[in-house]
Design a protein around this ligand. Structure first.
Ligand code: ADP
Ligand code: MG
Length: 567
C-alpha cells in the first residue's frame, strides 16, 4: 500500500526530541557465598575492584533493583512508563541483557506464579487499547494489536509462531523501520489469544542445559507487538507502533559452561552477536559515521531500539556470586555505555487517500475493536518478500499515476490544505529544488525538471571552462617561480593526534577520591572508608529518594496491576 499512504504532516521529522536509552540493573538473589556486588540506593551500586580488593567501583543507573525486588517492581518502575507511547504511534523496546543464569528469562517471561515483563506488558497493551476505544471520541478509531515471535539462532531468524519458516530476511522500509517480510503475525483480540499463540511458540525456542543454567536460552528471542490505531473517517489517519520485548541469550565463558560441540558453536554465535552489539553502542557514542548494525542479525533487528526511533529500556541482569565477577563487570560496563545512547522517537502516522481504503461494509453489531489484517505502512516494495503476509486487498490500481501526483479533487479538502501549506513551507526554505513538488501535474513537473537540468548542465560547462583557465594560469606561474625548497629539510608537520576516549572503568590511586566520571557515573572508592561508615554519597538526581535496596522504587502509575488470571 505504499503508493496510497502518505506520511503524516502532523510531526515534521526535524522536530524529533531525543530520548536517552533508560538502563536499570537487577540483582538476582545470591545462591552461594558472599556477593561481590551490592546496591547502595535506588540508583547506585558498588562492586569490588578486582585490581585492588580494598577498593570498590560505584556505578549509577536509572534504577537499581535489589534481590528483594519483585516482578511487579521491575515492570511498574521501568517498563510500564514507556508503554503509553505506543498509542501515540511511537515504538518502544525492552531488552534483557546479562550473562547466562543471571535472570533474563525470569525477568522477561517469569513463571505462572511470578509472571514477567512480557505477560504483564501484553495485558496492559490490550487493556489500553480497550480503554481507548471506549473513551470519548474512541468510536472514531479502530484499534488492533498483533504479535510476531522470532528467535535468532546461530545467525538465522526463525519464526517461532510458524516453525516451518526458516532463516527469514531482515529489511528496512523508507522510514528506517525494521521489517521481516514473511514473519507470521497473529491478531490478538484479548489476553487469551496471546496465551494461545505465545505459550506453544515459547516451547519452540531453542534451549539447552549448560553447567550454569538447566534451561539456558541458546538464542535471542524477540516478541514484536504491533499496535495500530486507524481513523474510520477521512483523512483516515493511521498510527502504527511496535513494541519489541527481547530476551537475549546470555554471554558465556566457555571455561565455566563446559560447552562442547554444538553448544560451543551456539555459544560462539551468541558471543559474536553480543560483541557486535557492544561495537554498535561504541559507534553510536563516538558518533562514528558507520554503525555496524549489519554485522549481526541481532543488531540489525535492534536498529530501531539503539540509536533509532524507539523508547528503549535495557534491563541488565546481574548474578552476584563471586564466580560471575567478570561477567558482572562486563555487564555493568555495557549497561553504563548504553546509558549514553540517544534515540529519537517520532510518531509513525500515515494518511490514506479515500479511494485507497476499501473498508468492508460496516457490521452494525460490531464493536469498536473491529479487526483488520495487519499491514506495514511505508514498506518499500523490495521489502515484500515472497511469503509476506500483508493482504493484497489494498493493492493500488494499475493505472494509478505516481503516488504524490494524485488529482486534487480526489483528496480530502483538509488534506489538500495541509499539503499546500507544506509545499509553501518547503519553497520558503529553498527545499523545492531538491525534492519533487508535492502538488502538480506530472507534465508540469517534467518540464520544470528539464529546465533545471539544462541550467545545471550550462553551469557545469562554464565551471569546467573556468577550471581549465585556472589550471593554465597555475602552470604559467609555476614555470616563472624559483625552485622550491628541499622539503626533506623542512620541519615535519604536526601530526593529528589520536583521541583516546575514557574507559568505562576509572581507577584512581589509593587514597585519592575520584568524582563520578561524567555520563558513565562510575566512581572508585576505598573500601576501608565504606566500612568505616564514610561512604561518599554520589550526587543524586533531584526527586530521587534514597529507597533502600530491595524495596524497589515507587511506581509512577497509581493503578495497581494484579495478574491473578495468568496461568
Ligand atoms: P538467564 O535467562 O539469564 O540465563 P534465568 O532467567 O533462566 O537466567 O535464571 C536462572 C535461574 O535463576 C532460574 O532458575 C530463575 O528462576 C532464577 N532466578 C533468576 N532471577 C531470579 C530472581 N530475581 N528471583 C528468584 N529467582 C531468580
Ligand atoms: Mg534465558
Amino acid at each position: 500500500m505504499p503508493s496510497q499512504q502518505r506520511p503524516s504532516l502532523a510531526e515534521p521529522r526535524r522536530a524529533r526530541p531525543p530520548a536517552h536509552v533508560r538502563v536499570c540493573v537487577r540483582l538476582r538473589p545470591c545462591s552461594q557465598g558472599d556477593p561481590c556486588i551490592r546496591g547502595l540506593d535506588s540508583r547506585s551500586l558498588e562492586i569490588i575492584n578486582w585490581r585492588n580488593k580494598l577498593e570498590t567501583m560505584q556505578y549509577q543507573f536509572d534504577t537499581i533493583y535489589g534481590d528483594q525486588a519483585t516482578q511487579q517492581d521491575i515492570y511498574s518502575g521501568s517498563v510500564q512508563p514507556v508503554l503509553c507511547h505506543l498509542l501515540e504511534g511511537q515504538n518502544a523496546s525492552v531488552l534483557a541483557y546479562g550473562p547466562t543464569g543471571a535472570g533474563k528469562t525470569h525477568t522477561m517471561l517469569g513463571s505462572p506464579e511470578q509472571p514477567g515483563v512480557i505477560p504483564r506488558a501484553l495485558r496492559d497493551v490490550l487493556q489500553m487499547t480497550r480503554e481507548a476505544s471506549c473513551s470519548p471520541g474512541g468510536e472514531e478509531w479502530d484499534y488492533s494489536v498483533s504479535m510476531s515471535y522470532l528467535e535468532i539462532y546461530q545467525e538465522k531468524v526463525l519464526d517461532l509462531l510458524e516453525p516451518s519458516q526458516q532463516d527469514l530476511l531482515i529489511r528496512e522500509d523508507r522510514d528506517r523501520n525494521i521489517l521481516i517480510p514473511g514473519l507470521t503475525e497473529r491478531e490478538l483480540g484479548g489476553f487469551r489469544d496471546f496465551e494461545r499463540h505465545f505459550l506453544p511458540a515459547s516451547r519452540n525456542r531453542t534451549v539447552a542445559s549448560t553447567q550454569l543454567n538447566d534451561r539456558s536460552s541458546r538464542s535471542h528471542a524477540v516478541l514484536v507487538v504491533r499496535v495500530a490505531r486507524s481513523q474510520r473517517a477521512p483523512p483516515h489517519r493511521r498510527r502504527v507502533a511496535k513494541l519489541c520485548l527481547i530476551d537475549l541469550a546470555g554471554s558465556e565463558d566457555n571455561r565455566r559452561t563446559g560447552n562442547r560441540g554444538l553448544r560451543l558453536k551456539e555459544s560462539g554465535a551468541i558471543n559474536a552477536s553480543r560483541h557486535v552489539l557492544s561495537k554498535v553502542v561504541d559507534a553510536l557514542n563516538q558518533g562514528l559515521p558507520r554503525v555496524p548494525y549489519r554485522d549481526s542479525k541481532l543488531t540489525r533487528l535492534l536498529q530501531d531500539s539503539l540509536g533509532g526511533s524507539a523508547h528503549s529500556v535495557i534491563i541488565a541482569n546481574v548474578a552476584p556470586e563471586q564466580h560471575f565477577y567478570f561477567d558482572t563487570l562486563s555487564t555493568l560496563n555495557f549497561a553504563a555505555k548504553s546509558k549514553q545512547v540517544v534515540n529519537r522517537p517520532f510518531t509513525q502516522e500515515t494518511l490514506q487517500t479515500p479511494g485507497a481504503r476499501k473498508r468492508p461494509p460496516k457490521d452494525p453489531g460490531a464493536g469498536p475493536r473491529a479487526k483488520r489484517p495487519p499491514e506495514d505502512p511505508g514498506a518499500s516494495s523490495e521489502d515484500a518478500g515472497p511469503g509476506a503476509k500483508s493482504p493484497p486487498e489494498e493493492e493500488p490500481p494499475e493505472a494509478e499515476p505516481l503516488s504524490s501526483l494524485l488529482p486534487l479533487e480526489q483528496l480530502d479538502p483538509r488534506l489538500v490544505q495541509r499539503l499546500l501549506g507544506l509545499e509553501q513551507l518547503e519553497k520558503q526554505q529553498g527545499g523545492a529544488g531538491r525534492r519533487l513538488p508535492l502538488l502538480s501535474t506530472p507534465r508540469r513537473e517534467r518540464v520544470a525538471l528539464l529546465h533545471q537540468l539544462e541550467e545545471t548542465r550550462c553551469e557545469l560547462q562554464k565551471l569546467k571552462e573556468r577550471q581549465k583557465e585556472l589550471e593554465a594560469m597555475a602552470l604559467l606561474d609555476k614555470a616563472c617561480q624559483p625552485k622550491p625548497l628541499d622539503h626533506s629539510k623542512a620541519p615535519a608537520r604536526a601530526r593529528k593526534q589520536a583521541v583516546v576516549l575514557p574507559l568505562q572503568q576509572v581507577q584512581t590511586p589509593v587514597g585519592q577520591q575520584a568524582m563520578p566520571s561524567g555520563a558513565e557515573g562510575i566512581l572508585v572508592v576505598q573500601r576501608n572508608q565504606c566500612q568505616a561508615g564514610h561512604r561518599p554519597r554520589l550526587p543524586m538526581a533531584p526527586g530521587v529518594g534514597s529507597a533502600r535496596l530491595g524495596i524497589g522504587p515507587v511506581s509512577p502509575w497509581h493503578r495497581a496491576w494484579g495478574v491473578p488470571g495468568w496461568a
